[in-house]
Design a protein around this ligand. Structure first.
Ligand SMILES: [Zn+2]
Length: 393
């Protein structure tokens, strides 16, 4: 990792405060804060790239060099294909955790503390990391077992069945996530603020939307960053506002942020993302099928007898496929965000609050208002803050 290059101050002249012409959209960040935000953005870019590269390299090594001999070794010790599959998956994910842990620690703990964004103790961070890992192991195991069940029982059309199954799971998880999964990580309580609840309630009703409720999500134990999100489908549809946001933003600013979140519901972004997700998984699983056929040998390839050692290759193809899709997904996500920004502006008419909310967000989250184009294209699901502020006209 090119550590030396990421901590340098920005060399772009327009980033310098005294360059004659004022920047097109001045932010309330001081020049020092702006430099810090840019450094933080660079760290994030490099860490995201390092994380992606590590995953691809690890999975390639495991799929090409480790899987076949390990599967053969396990064959002498374990009686069934199913147990061997579980053992191989356990080895793959366990070793991956060992290999990726230093990077996770560095990016999730060290860097966040260095920039004063994390409020977690190391033990607190470790506990959360362990919980996330446990959840990933549970989901991963279910996924691997389901895919192999489809290989062995459905055969040639497994990829179609898998895409349908994953779509159904995403619908169910979409309903359950805000009720079951989010509370595993954050304390969530009904918002106790009469005036605010009345204002946001009215806004939701005027938008013709029934939402299950507005919640305060306690993020402040973990981070200084302000955040808000929508979650759920149908009867679990709700808006979650971080306590970090509720405590530091004015009522007008909160109303604007809330209106943005409501916009996601009004434009049905969650169902749209799920529909696109179905197409992605259809393409992804089909690609896996073709790649496995080539790798195993087209003449002998038969999903009914899919070897256990093919599992890491399957994971590698899926990982590469989803990495390649991230920029594409982000194009759509940024479009959705712009749509909601416009909705928030016109629905509330609170232009000043809109601008100050974004300035505050950018300052609190050390979010570079005008990040390098490459970072935006590769990893940003939201438009740059400078662009969002400029949209207010
Ligand atoms: Zn949004």
């Amino acid at each position: 990792m090119a550590d030396a290059t990421i901590v340098q101050p920005p060399d772009n002249p327009q980033d310098q405060p005294q360059s004659g012409e004022p920047p097109p959209e001045p932010t309330e960040m001081s020049p020092t804060e702006l430099v810090e935000a840019k450094q933080y953005g660079r760290w994030q870019l490099w860490l995201d790239l390092a994380d992606a590269a590590l995953d691809v390299v690890y999975l390639s090594v495991f799929a090409l060099l480790v899987a076949v001999p390990l599967d053969a070794w396990l064959a002498h010790r374990l009686p069934s294909d199913l147990l061997r599959l579980l053992a191989l998956y356990g080895a793959m994910i366990g070793l991956h955790e060992c290999v990726s842990f230093p990077l996770a620690w560095f990016s999730g703990y060290t860097v966040e503390h260095r920039f004063g964004l994390s409020r977690q103790s190391f033990a607190g961070w470790l506990y959360r990391h362990a919980k996330r890992f446990a959840l990933a192991v549970v989901f991963g195991t279910v996924m691997v077992l389901a895919l192999y069940a489809l290989f062995w029982h459905v055969g040639a059309w497994w990829w179609l069945a898998a895409a349908v199954a994953f779509f159904l799971v995403s619908v169910v998880l979409g309903q359950l996530a805000p009720v079951l999964i989010l509370p595993l990580f954050y304390k969530i309580e009904k918002l106790e603020h009469e005036e605010l609840a009345a204002r946001v309630g009215a806004l939701a009703r005027e938008s013709g939307l029934s939402i299950e409720g507005v919640y305060r999500m306690v993020l402040s134990d973990e981070t200084a960053k302000a955040n808000a999100m929508l979650a759920g489908l149908g009867r679990t549809r709700r808006v979650l506002l971080g306590d970090t946001l509720l405590d530091r933003f004015t009522l007008d600013e909160i109303e604007v942020v809330f209106a943005h979140e409501i916009g996601h519901h009004v434009y049905r972004h969650i169902p749209k993302l799920m529909a696109v997700g179905f197409l992605y998984s259809l393409a992804g699983f089909w690609l896996c099928d073709r790649a496995l056929a080539v790798w195993i040998g087209p003449a002998v390839y038969d999903p009914h007898t899919m070897p256990v050692y093919a599992m890491p290759m399957l994971m590698l193809v899926l990982a590469v496929f989803s990495l390649v899709l991230v920029p594409l997904q982000n194009v759509m996500s940024r479009r959705f965000e712009r749509q909601c920004d416009r909705f928030a502006l016109t629905r509330t008419g609170l232009r000043d609050a809109y601008v100050s909310a974004f300035r505050k967000l950018s300052k609190l989250n050390k979010d570079d208002p005008d990040p390098p184009r490459l970072a935006v294209i590769l990893f940003h699901s939201h438009p740059p803050i400078a662009e969002r502020i400029a949209a207010a006209g």
